[in-house]
Design a protein around this ligand. Structure first.
Ligand code: ZN
Length: 501
């Protein structure tokens, strides 16, 4: 036994005796309070005993600008352990919100998702990421009294692909007459530019994440990952999830990546590899646009089908990978702009993979934003830089009604302000969702592994839960999880940034 372990054992023994003493005392009023304080003493004893764990070596966390920055490093199991340990309370909180959201929309119980994770997803997850996911569970348990196990964490990591891709596919297979109308999500507004379109002729990339506010308010992690194998990663992300999942990342190989989803996508391959695993692997192991495309295509399961915007800072080339299931397409350029706002671009992909999508309806959120991206990127041709990108992400112009008013049609989305909602995503009128945070970078920042990020609406407006819920009792099921989403300042983060005091 080491000294630390001996000390910890002694503390636990003393606390155990005290707990026993408290339990046998027959004072009904004093006992619960005594037990609470003993429980918290036990928790701090546990935290002290784990603090010297070699799996935590080098890891740290700090908060800045409304974000939580975590630095993780080492072998896959250690990266997971650090992730679970440093973000234990955020993971527990995000998990219970997501579990409610997934079971509410699909009308399937949680055991259904655990089974899908265990039987369908787990066997095809690379051993490296199996170890990282198991590490998250161990880290959680080292830090807290969490009851989550590996099936919970894997199902949770697949929150973008199981409820809105796998379940509708399964409902069709089973001809389920009670199937809810599930739609693939429409997440995000983004562009990537290069060559003569930008001010310094390097790459500029920008992205705002669209999702429900209750998920978005929790999408506030900056992950700085130094893995034992592969490239170093700086990405935004969600607590407990190993991929960025709104997919904004920069790596030490000079790759920079983001995406927007394909609206009304249909299809799932139960024999494929989970999207969250492919997305993380592509970020960690790509040294070129070709690498990225190859890894995303390997085991494509159709889940969380995206238009990927990919840049290689070494060559200045950018690409768009439209990743359907029955069809895929790639566009590449060293001189131009590629944008995304949840519409498929290739007619063949629309026909085969998103047959319900109408590219001609300019009143819909994806198409209205497409028109606005085209206007803005044309007007700013040759001038695009990070400050302009930040302003574009905060844009409130409705291209369909030709007026300034934030809604589901504007690049900075505020669907709660719209009486229309977004039918094609199954977002009812005034749905509390839209742009929840934003990121941007240029080539100089990418080479330093740095990006600028703003938590909350990119325009700086706050969302307040209490008045919203009072005005919209139809969303009362969200009440336990829906919180204020206050906008933070644009804040720069870089890889290896030391902890803020
Ligand atoms: Zn806004």
């Amino acid at each position: 036994m080491t000294n630390t372990a001996r000390r910890t054992a002694a503390i636990l023994l003393l606390l155990g005796a005290a707990l026993f003493w408290a339990a046998v005392r027959d004072s009904n009023e004093a006992a619960p309070a005594a037990q609470d304080s003993l429980r918290s003493a036990l928790a701090s004893a546990r935290a002290r005993s784990v603090a010297g764990d070699p799996r935590l070596a080098g890891s740290y966390r700090f908060e800045q600008g409304g974000w939580i920055y975590v630095h993780l490093e080492g072998q896959p199991g250690a990266i997971g352990f650090q992730h679970g340990y440093l973000l234990a309370s955020e993971i527990e909180d995000a998990f219970s919100m997501m579990q409610t959201r997934m079971t509410h929309s699909t009308r399937r119980d949680w055991e259904f998702f655990r089974k899908a994770a265990r039987e369908m997803l787990w066997p095809k997850i690379d051993p490296e990421y199996q170890q990282e996911l198991q590490g998250i569970v161990l880290g959680l348990h080292a830090r807290s009294e969490s009851k989550l196990d590996i099936d919970d964490i894997v199902a949770f990591n697949a929150f973008e692909e199981l409820p809105d891709y796998y379940v509708p596919w399964l409902d069709r297979q089973q001809k389920n007459p009670a199937a809810p109308a599930l739609k693939s999500p429409g997440n995000c507004s983004a562009f990537i530019a290069t060559g003569k379109s930008t001010k310094d002729h390097g790459i500029v990339i920008a992205h705002n994440n669209w999702t429900s506010y209750m998920a978005g308010e929790r999408w506030r992690i900056i992950f700085d990952i130094a893995p034992a194998r592969g490239y170093r990663i700086l990405m935004d992300g969600f607590p407990g999830v190993i991929a960025s999942d709104d997919d904004f990342g920069i790596t030490s190989s000079g790759m920079v990546v983001t995406e927007t989803t394909i609206t009304q996508f249909e299809g799932w391959d139960p024999n494929g590899k989970a999207e969250f695993v492919r997305a993380r692997k592509a970020l960690q192991y790509s040294n070129s646009i070709d690498d990225y495309i190859r890894i995303m295509l390997d085991g494509n399961n159709g889940g969380y089908a995206n238009d990927w915007l990919i840049g290689d800072n070494k060559t200045g080339e950018i690409a768009q990978l439209e990743l359907g299931l029955k069809a895929t397409r790639v566009w590449r350029t060293k001189d131009g702009v590629l944008s995304g706002s949840n519409w498929a671009r290739d007619p063949k992909i629309i026909k085969l993979d998103a047959p319900q999508f109408d590219p001609a309806d300019l009143s819909s959120s994806p198409n209205a934003r497409r028109v606005r991206w085209e206007e803005l990127l044309r007007q700013n041709w040759g001038k695009i830089d990070v400050p302009l990108a930040q302003a574009m992400l905060a844009d409130h112009t409705d291209s369909f009604e030709k007026k300034e008013q934030a809604s589901e049609r504007t690049l900075c989305g505020h669907v709660d302000a719209s009486r229309r909602g977004v039918r094609i995503w199954d977002w009812a009128p005034a749905y509390p969702g839209g742009a929840v945070q934003a990121k941007a970078a240029d080539s100089a920042m990418v080479s330093r592994m740095e990006f600028s990020a703003r938590m909350g609406h990119p325009c700086g407006e706050d969302f307040l839960a209490a008045p919203f819920l009072a005005a919209h009792p139809e969303y009362s099921w969200m009440a336990p999880y829906l919180r204020d989403m206050k906008a933070g300042p644009w804040t720069s983060f870089r890889s290896g940034q030391p902890a803020q005091k």
